[in-house]
Ligand binder design. Structure first.
Ligand SMILES: Nc1nc2c(c(=O)[nH]1)N[C@H]1C(S)=C(S)[C@@H](COP(=O)(O)OP(=O)(O)OC[C@H]3O[C@@H](n4cnc5c(=O)[nH]c(N)nc54)[C@H](O)[C@@H]3O)O[C@H]1N2
Ligand SMILES: Nc1nc2c(c(=O)[nH]1)N[C@H]1C(S)=C(S)[C@@H](COP(=O)(O)OP(=O)(O)OC[C@H]3O[C@@H](n4cnc5c(=O)[nH]c(N)nc54)[C@H](O)[C@@H]3O)O[C@H]1N2
Ligand SMILES: [Mo]
Length: 779
């Protein structure tokens, strides 16, 4: 019996995986991880389970139809399995047809989403590289994670430092912070994850150290459990989406009591006068004072006053979670938080200032390595068309329609073919019933997937891909100094191929094999990336072992170049030499650029804009009196491994858990463990009730990740608890056009009667019809 144990790295951690005779038999956390995540356990039982896509599969209606007018509806239809060669022939012909008839802009391959860790087998990079060799594709910009921030921060701070990287590091916070004010909290749950791979989970220990050194922590959130694990924190509950009002009122107190740092504002900022006039009420007659904020947020007026004074008196860092900007006008809490931090005048001081997404992942606050990891070169995309990622349904429903975005007027291309490799839009997108309709519009949808997810089920051509355990790769990730040889541990499942191999096969058929592969197989690419990494490391004086030694040992520890840094520290010490990349070179509390766009939904400085959907909207809240938050799931990464043991153990009555305040539950006759019906004008789903006093009244929490499981026909009751049948599909504002899932109102009631069974974890009907594949595309 052949058995082997290997170290490998996934987004949720580094594990020792054991295999016997090509099968996965064990997953244990790496001994070097001080705070490992249990999520990896879910790989057992799923990696080689019945939800794997075993062979290339084509939707029957698509196969039977004429190329430009497919028959039937996507989703819920049987698939026909075909041999790889047939599938690739059909797909190559279809790509050729669409390019010839409509041009490359008719191919949408934004393919937003996470896929798996591993530097080479990064699905989107492979897809983009492949399509660039045949003339390009309509692309997407921005993320669902922090799209609004990606647009507003460069206008205000000149870059996205402090959002995705270059945060003030934990050491300075541990040693110097006296007050940590966390808007959206610092949940341990989210710090399990690091894109590209986690090795050592350190966020909890850093927060514990800060507290042990005397820092006081305040969790400002509708949810008590957003406090970090094992650290005492004061809970300051507030109404969802009201943070901007509270931040402006804190500014109001600082200004009224002359506690703001005038010297900092004069030297490092521009536009204080405009925002001051707004805050004190000179420009619109409404002072943004604590009484005003209290009525919007539910945070007591005296609390706001006391907090402002404490912030001014102590070394204070504002930590703002990414969730705040996934809401209507999500640009505003970020701009308001920077305004507040600027008034406090501690930006650029160790332990003070601001940072975004501490504990949103394991990465923030950990030092950068000091050089850039190479990635698969994607070539050049000659197609200029793009959309902000979250506008995908708008694009499919409204070809030629116009929209505004960050100062530009753009229009949606006429997309005929959608190509997704890595990412699960039926997980990540909002208003899924609307997506189901939009998804019927293209002529062809192609998906590469390891598993029969909802996105695979809603495709025409599904190609089975390997998971990281079935291929060789490299784990290089931004804030880890452990690099891991992700060696193949088990045989590919079914007929799965890696994305690279699939694109190489298509490239051959389309006459671009050499351009796509450059004559290398996957292992040769891995060596090339490693060699490039060695060069980049060497340029800053960091040693990497030679490839052979690295591969033999299975991992290596690098010495970090940077060990400690403070966000905007250099700017603070010399604002002339380290000018920000904003028009003024300073922090823009007022932006003439944004003001010049003339957007009433995002004017020239931070403002309170009432969300379209929140508890303060009395008309809507009259019908849907509960604010639904849909946070990241504790027991998985998005939809990944929802069918695994760790995620399934957290289900209630087989559905996603919905946390509800005891009083709200009692008023509805809902008991712990009941199946509940969650609904609004956009859709409805079932979930399993969990009663708690850790949520304010009027708020419910339903984490993302339950595999979309509509009863037929859609739009209809979703059976499994996917919150995105309820969330709105509208942009934050014309500035960033980013997701607003956290601005959702619902009603919840007890579901009596026979609940339909969850069927998300049963594969679709697969037909084996000899001769079917010959009907299309082969001539
Ligand atoms: N309501 C609500 N919605 C949200 C959010 C929220 O807070 N609330 N959060 C949003 C955020 S921040 C994000 S980032 C998104 C996440 O949304 P996604 O990133 O789309 O979600 P994942 O489940 O990670 O999807 C990754 C898919 O890639 C597949 N995959 C894995 N490895 C490979 C591979 O090697 N090749 C290929 N071809 N496929 C592979 C996996 O099986 C999985 O189906 O969700 C967003 N949606
Ligand atoms: N376990 C696990 N960890 C993950 C992920 C995962 O899927 N699973 N996904 C990863 C990804 S891709 C991302 S982008 C990050 C996202 O990281 P975040 O955006 O920080 O995560 P969320 O869980 O959406 O939100 C954090 C908390 O914000 C609170 N919140 C929501 N709305 C408001 C509000 O209006 N005001 C205030 N004050 N608080 C509010 C909620 O109670 C929620 O628990 O997480 C990453 N980490
Ligand atoms: Mo994300």
């Amino acid at each position: 019996m052949e058995s082997r144990t290997l170290l490998t790295t996934l987004h949720w951690g580094t594990y020792e995986v054991s295999a016997e005779n090509g099968r996965l038999v064990g997953v244990e956390p790496w001994s070097g991880d001080p705070d490992p995540s249990p999520i990896g356990k879910s790989m057992l039982g799923t990696t080689q389970g019945n939800m794997r896509v075993a062979r290339p599969a084509i939707r029957r209606g698509w196969l039977e139809g004429d190329r430009s007018s497919p028959i039937g509806r996507r989703g819920g239809e049987p698939f026909v399995e075909v041999p790889w060669e047939t599938a690739l022939d059909i797909l190559a012909a279809e790509l050729g047809r669409v390019r010839t008839a409509h041009g490359n802009a008719a191919i949408y391959a934004g393919s937003y989403g996470w896929a798996s860790a591993g530097r080479f087998h990064h699905a989107q990079s492979q897809l983009h590289r492949f399509l660039n060799t045949i003339g390009g594709y309509t692309s997407s910009v921005l993320s669902y994670s922090y799209g609004a921030a990606e647009i507003i921060l460069p206008h205000v701070l000149g870059s996205t430092d402090g959002l995705t990287g270059n945060h003030s590091t934990w050491d300075g916070i541990e040693q110097h912070s006296q007050l940590i004010v966390a808007f959206g909290g610092l949940p341990w749950r989210n710090a399990q994850i690091q894109g590209g791979g986690s090795a050592r989970h350190e966020a909890s220990a850093a927060l514990r150290n800060a507290a042990a050194n005397g820092a006081r922590l305040i969790n400002i959130s509708p949810v008590r459990d957003d406090a970090p694990r094992g650290v005492e924190a004061e809970w300051l509950p507030l109404r969802p989406n009201s943070d901007t009002a509270v931040m402006l009122a804190l500014c109001h107190v600082l200004i009224r009591e002359d506690l703001h740092d005038g010297a900092f504002l004069a030297r490092y900022c521009t536009g204080f006068e405009s925002v001051r006039a707004y805050i004190v009420g000179e420009s619109d007659g409404q002072p943004k004072d604590p009484a005003w904020a209290a009525s919007l947020s539910g945070v007591a007026k005296d609390k706001i006053i006391a907090l402002a004074r404490e912030m001014a008196a102590r070394r204070t860092i504002l930590m703002v979670s990414w969730s705040l900007q996934r809401a209507d006008h999500g640009e505003q809490p970020y701009w308001a938080a920077i305004t507040l931090a600027a008034l406090l005048g501690q930006i650029g001081l160790a332990g003070g200032g601001i940072g975004f997404g501490y504990s949103s992942t394991n990465g923030a606050g950990r030092p950068e390595l000091g050089f850039r990891w190479p990635s698969v070169p994607q070539g050049r995309n000659p197609v200029p068309d793009f959309i902000p990622a979250a506008r995908v349904a708008d694009m499919l429903l409204d070809p030629g329609g116009s929209f505004e975005f960050n100062g530009a007027s753009l229009s949606y291309p006429d997309v005929r073919l959608v190509y997704w490799a890595g990412g699960n839009p039926f997980h990540h997108h909002q208003d899924l019933n609307r997506l189901v309709e939009a998804w019927q519009r293209p002529e062809t949808i192609i998906v590469h997937e390891p598993f029969w997810t909802a996105t695979a089920r809603h495709a025409d051509i599904v190609l089975p891909v390997t998971t990281p355990l079935e291929r060789n790769d490299l784990a290089f990730s931004n804030r880890e100094n452990l690099i891991v040889a992700m060696k193949q541990a088990i045989d590919p499942v079914g007929e799965a191929r890696d994305d690279y191999g699939i694109f190489a096969g298509l490239a051959k058929r389309l006459g671009v094999h050499e351009a796509f592969t450059e004559g290398r197989d996957a292992d040769e690419w891995i060596r090339l990336l490693y060699a490039q990494a060695c060069e980049n490391a060497d340029a800053v004086g960091i040693d990497m072992p030679p490839f052979e030694r690295f591969w033999r040992d299975g991992h290596a520890e690098l010495t970090r170049k940077v060990t400690s840094q403070t966000l905007l520290g250099p700017f603070r010490s010399d604002p002339e030499r380290h000018r920000l990349a904003t028009p003024s070179g300073r922090i823009e509390l007022y932006s003439s650029t944004i003001d010049g766009f003339g957007y009433d939904d995002c004017p020239g400085h931070a403002v309170w804009k009432e969300p379209r959907e929140w508890l303060g909207n009395s008309e809507l809240a009259g019908r849907f009196p509960l604010h639904l938050l849909s946070p990241q799931p504790a027991d998985k990464l998005h939809s990944q491994l929802d069918h695994g043991s760790v995620s399934r153990a957290g289900k209630v009555a087989g559905r996603a858990p919905l946390w509800i305040n005891q009083a709200d539950a009692a008023a509805r006759g809902i008991r712990d463990g009941d199946i509940v019906f969650v609904s609004n004008d956009r859709g409805s789903c079932l979930a399993g009730a969990v009663l708690t006093d850790g949520l304010i009244q009027g708020v419910v929490q339903l984490p993302t990740g339950a595999w979309f499981d509509p009863s037929e026909p859609a739009p209809s009751l979703e059976k499994h608890g996917n919150p995105n049948v309820l969330t709105p599909d509208r942009g934050t504002s014309r500035l960033a056009q980013s997701p607003t899932c956290n601005s959702t109102l619902v009603q919840v009631s007890r579901f009596d009667g026979a609940a339909p069974p969850v069927t998300a974890f049963e594969p679709p009907v697969i037909l084996n019809l000899p001769g079917m594949a010959g009907r299309r595309g082969l001539s």
